[in-house]
Design a protein around this ligand. Structure first.
Ligand SMILES: [Zn+2]
Length: 176
């Protein structure tokens, strides 16, 4: 295999673990789990389908793109900080091992008509971490977020996010 890209996915459901994802893929008649790597909520990286054969995660890309999936549905929530830390380490390792340019790391929806990996998936900061080659400290999983506003009305929060989006600033509306 000659891997040229990396595609990032969410599994799209709140599966318990990788084994559950695999059972679902096998039930569809596939030879193995479709993804090459799965990152569970606690940041554990599970090797999926061997990199010696084509994957099954994005039609048209399966023999040139390594498929990395994070468990969860990021249309509804952010990935866990443990998942993002593990993803950063895995991406740095894969681009180096397979000589993949950083510009060839994409979210699934950047190449196909899909919501995957979800609107809350922080693609911009994942790419920034990759570019910086950050090896996150393993002694904590803290993330520093930049807060720009707090509203007691959801519509006002969303309107504000929309204004920031127009300026090219990636935003998330989080309820807490
Ligand atoms: Zn996907």
């Amino acid at each position: 295999m000659d891997w040229k890209m990396i595609l990032i996915h969410h599994t799209g459901a709140e599966e318990k673990d990788t084994a559950q994802v695999k059972r679902y893929h096998l039930s569809r008649g596939w030879r193995d789990i479709g993804y090459n790597f799965v990152i569970e909520r606690d940041g554990k990286v599970i090797e999926g389908r061997s990199l010696n054969i084509a994957g099954a995660h994005a039609r048209g890309f399966n023999s040139k793109a390594i498929g990395v999936a994070l468990i969860g549905n990021f249309e509804n929530r952010l990935p866990t900080s443990q998942q993002l830390t593990a993803l950063n380490v895995l991406l740095l390792k894969l681009v180096k091992e397979h000589n993949i340019p950083q510009g060839e790391v994409f979210g699934h929806r950047q190449v196909k008509n899909t919501l995957c990996p979800g609107k809350y998936f922080p693609m911009a900061s994942v790419k920034k971490d990759l570019a910086n080659g950050l090896q996150p400290k393993s002694d904590n999983n803290k993330y520093w977020r930049v807060q720009t506003g707090a509203f007691n009305n959801e519509d006002n929060a969303k309107d504000y996010a929309k204004e920031l989006n127009k300026l090219g600033i990636e935003t998330y509306v989080i309820y807490n």
